[in-house]
Design a protein around this ligand. Structure first.
Ligand code: ATP
Length: 484
């Protein structure tokens, strides 16, 4: 059983120190969130798991970490200055602002529910029938594009609008990879096919952020650009689609809550030949099954658009350079076939925050004790669990027990994140660790002082097993699947 809705996760996150509303003591900052002690561990574990799987476990991959603020020209030639926008509408009555496509989608679903019909066709603009979710009136402006890039200025400028000082916070990490394609390829002596991976913050001035950490204006992405020979793109694309789906299953996410979504032609980005998204069931409480799903990751075939767009050579029909600002040609000479070409790019792009949300929702379970009490158990994959093991003394007023428990914790710490906790009775301590997803608890009791053994309790089954202290690190390493 996964979480019944996102609100359950919001409340657990705040109660247990995963995620807090940002700037709360000053009234918050619309849909910004801060990751607390357990949240930062979970995010780091997601990123490490991705990096290990994407970079370390493959022979055809390199990593980079490019700047957040790039030369503005990058965003001119990538197409972001002209096309990275969402359609926006305002309610003329209450002045609320919405993303037109989302408003339409949700408004139509509400109308379908109201009239109990599966399909509605409109004779004129559908906006004439959609009520403002804020004030209930129907009085919209015409939809207009709103560029999502955050603007800033570089250096000490007198005028905020000085175009020479204008810069953007990156809205995706991908462009930092494209502009470094040649640097990586030549320094690492790479032959195509190979990929470049990057994890980092991105910024989008979203019109309607919301649903907790699902859509925020500052977020983190895990992106990889895989460069292939034109003609081999379609096969490589399909391989990456399947490979990425498997990764989410490997993280312990139930396949029942994952699906593929083939983007129809009208949704495709201008540069994309085909894009398949991996959806997670983020909204299980919605009646309409189709509306339960939303994007967790997108896997796009970006063709040769990006490397060509940033290259100095390509010309238009009249012999004019398409990019007069670039100083490089990002084409590739294939020694094997003796041809020069612009590689095609396959891009799997996932969000750290959406992955964290999916992982939390999927791990959420409830269990009733023999005494009829409801307990929350977060069945996180051990690789992702913020804390791998909690060492708990059965009697905190017994110095020998406390010191053995502390010693055990210190011995485990180099290999895995371990904590010591003596701030409650054992039942309460177990319940606390279950709720934050700690896969194993180690209890030190009176008998431990005699037989040099401890009780290891399993989070999911609550089964207990006696293990010799000397064998404990190896036992836990195996149980939790810790590789090194
Ligand atoms: P959406 O359609 O939900 O706006 P997108 O298709 O624009 O997303 P991409 O540009 O493909 O998203 O970005 C890749 C991934 O980055 C997404 O699958 C998602 O996990 C994450 N992502 C994108 N925008 C946000 C955001 N505002 N907040 C959190 N994560 C995001």
């Amino acid at each position: 059983m996964a979480a019944p809705n996102i609100e359950i996760i919001v409340s657990l996150s705040k109660r247990r120190g995963f995620v807090f509303p940002s700037s709360e003591i000053y009234g918050g900052l619309g849909s910004a969130w801060d990751y607390g002690p357990l949240g930062v561990e979970l995010c780091n574990n997601v990123k490490q798991a991705w990096w290990r799987w994407m970079v370390h476990e493959r022979d055809d991959m390199e990593g980079i970490d490019s700047s957040i603020i790039l030369n503005r020209t990058v965003w001119k030639y990538s197409g972001h200055e002209d096309t990275f926008s969402d359609p926006l509408v305002d309610c003329k009555e209450c002045k609320s602002r919405f993303r037109a496509d989302k408003l339409l989608e949700e408004g139509v679903a509400r109308l379908q529910e109201k009239y109990q019909v599966g399909h509605i066709s409109f004779a004129d603009s559908p906006f004439q029938y959609i009520e403002c979710p804020n004030c209930g009136k129907i009085n919209w402006t015409e939809p207009r594009p709103f560029n999502l890039m955050f603007r800033t200025t570089i250096g000490a400028v007198a005028d905020e609008d000085d175009p020479n000082a204008l810069a953007y916070l990156r809205p995706e990490t991908a462009q930092g990879i494209f502009i470094n394609f040649l640097n990586v390829q030549t320094t690492m002596r790479r032959k195509i096919p190979f990929g470049i991976a990057q994890i980092g913050k991105s910024f989008r001035n979203e019109v309607t952020p919301g649903n907790f950490i699902f859509r925020t204006r500052e977020f983190e992405q895990m992106e990889m650009e895989y460069f292939v020979r034109p003609g081999e793109d379609e096969r490589a694309h399909q391989e990456w689609i399947d490979y990425c789906f498997d990764w989410f299953k490997r993280l312990g996410i139930s396949p029942d809550n994952l699906r593929f979504y083939e983007q129809p032609a009208e949704e495709l980005a201008h540069y994309a030949k085909r894009t398949v998204d991996i959806h997670y069931r983020f909204f299980p409480e919605r009646e309409d099954e189709e509306r339960q799903w939303d994007e967790l990751m997108g896997i796009a075939n970006r063709t040769d658009f990006d490397l060509k767009a940033h290259s100095k050579k390509p010309e238009d029909g009249e012999g004019k350079r398409l990019n007069p600002d670039s100083t490089e040609d990002l084409s590739y000479f294939d020694e094997a076939t003796k041809e020069r070409y612009y590689p095609y790019v396959i891009e799997p792009a996932a969000g750290v925050n959406r992955t964290v949300l999916a992982v939390l929702m999927d791990a959420y379970t409830e269990k009733t004790t023999d005494k009829g009490e409801k307990r929350v158990i977060l069945k996180l994959h051990p690789e992702l669990a913020p804390i791998k093991v909690a060492v708990l003394p059965l009697a905190k007023n017994k110095p020998e027990i406390v010191s053995l428990a502390r010693r055990i914790k210190n011995d485990l710490q180099p290999a895995m994140r371990a904590v010591y906790d003596d701030t409650g009775g054992i039942g309460k301590l177990y319940a606390r660790q279950d709720e934050i997803g700690t896969p194993a608890c180690v209890t030190v009791d009176h008998q431990s002082l005699e037989d040099e053994a401890v009780t290891v309790r399993d989070r999911d089954t609550w089964e207990q097993e006696r293990v010799k202290v000397a064998e404990l690190p190896e036992h836990l390493r195996k149980r939790l699947g810790i590789k090194c």
